[in-house]
Design a protein around this ligand. Structure first.
Ligand SMILES: Nc1ncnc2c1ncn2[C@@H]1O[C@H](COP(=O)(O)OP(=O)(O)OP(=O)(O)O)[C@@H](O)[C@H]1O
Ligand SMILES: [Mg+2]
Length: 295
């Protein structure tokens, strides 16, 4: 009985949040590192369906770094990283596309549908969803020389997200699930960091929230303590101190960009916590780090 009372209390606590977000769009980035085990994957799928069931429009963008790494290893294909970015040859791009669209995207779609949702898998090619340019990486060189431009191969950055197809799907009760592959100037596939895609999708859709699920409690400071609330100034200080590195760099910068573009709140939360999405959206106990638009 006590358990049932607690459950009813949690549901009642969710009401103001459901009312606030009903009809709005929430973009959820599901990190490859947060897809730890089958139970967590089920919890994620059910959370997304729950959002849809209470009138919120979830749009999922997923990563897949560890899954790509595993197949490259099995195929014995070497791959270099420069500042956290995977140098992508056309051979590596074939594997990236196979894993992201063929494997990870399809399994997320299948899982959501198995639990009663209506997910549709997409990548940047579908309906001209994501137009991308080649990412240029400039590396500082000592001695007053101009920075060296590093060729990352088929790595892209988002130029434009066409929201038409996403709106069409969301309006018809479908849940779009997007693999972070963009279309380059010559129609080629470009490998894009999924955080950047999620932020660009959130901006293009005028989303109320961007939620990034990863494998840490949120953004940590130099002492490993969670920073619950972030502002551009605080992010700047954390970057300078070296507390933010690797995969966290695109995350914090794309959260700030999404806020600039009008997204009201961006969250970085621990996808290893069961029901992390519901906890963040529907309870008074937010988990992780939040960036709030001060405007
Ligand atoms: N200040 C910080 N706080 C928390 N994590 C940090 C910080 N600086 C660097 N990191 C690293 O960032 C990682 C998360 O980014 P990562 O790109 O590895 O995962 P992801 O984006 O969730 O998955 P994927 O890239 O497959 O989509 C953490 O596991 C952690 O090692
Ligand atoms: Mg990442």
């Amino acid at each position: 009985m006590r358990e049932a009372v607690k459950r009813a209390q949690v549901l009642s606590e969710a009401l103001p949040y459901i009312q606030r977000f009903a009809g709005s769009t929430v973009v959820v980035k599901y990190g490859g590192h947060a897809m730890a085990d089958s139970e967590l994957q089920q919890s994620f799928a059910k959370n997304v369906i729950m959002l849809k069931a209470v009138g919120i429009n979830p749009v999922v963008v997923h990563g897949g770094g560890p899954q790509i790494g595993r197949l490259l290893e099995r195929l014995d294909i070497d791959c270099e990283f420069v500042d956290g970015m995977r140098v992508t040859s056309s051979e590596v791009m074939d594997v990236v596309l196979m894993v992201l669209k063929g494997q990870v995207n399809t399994s997320i779609v299948s899982l959501i549908n198995r639990h009663g949702g209506r997910a549709v898998g997409l990548c940047g090619h579908d309906g001209g969803l994501i137009t991308a340019g080649r990412m240029q990486m400039a590396k500082e060189v000592v001695g007053g020389h101009p920075p060296e431009i590093i060729d990352l191969g088929l790595v892209g950055e988002v130029e434009k997200v066409n929201p038409q197809l996403l709106n069409l799907l969301s309006d018809s009760a479908f849940i779009p699930v997007i693999a972070p592959v963009g279309v380059g100037p010559g129609g080629e596939s470009l490998n894009i960091n999924a955080d950047l895609v999620a932020a660009a999708v959130a901006s293009a859709l005028g989303a109320a929230k961007l939620v990034l699920l990863t494998d840490t409690p949120g953004v940590l400071d130099t002492d490993g303590q969670l920073v619950s609330e972030l502002s551009p100034a605080r992010v700047g200080r954390l970057m300078e101190s070296g507390a933010i590195s690797g995969g966290m760099i695109p995350k914090v910068s794309c959260c700030l960009e999404a806020l600039e573009a009008g997204v009201a709140q961006a969250h970085i939360i621990d996808g290893r916590t069961p029901n992390a999405l519901l906890l963040e959206l529907f309870t008074d106990r937010g988990v992780g780090s939040v960036f709030t638009n001060a405007r």
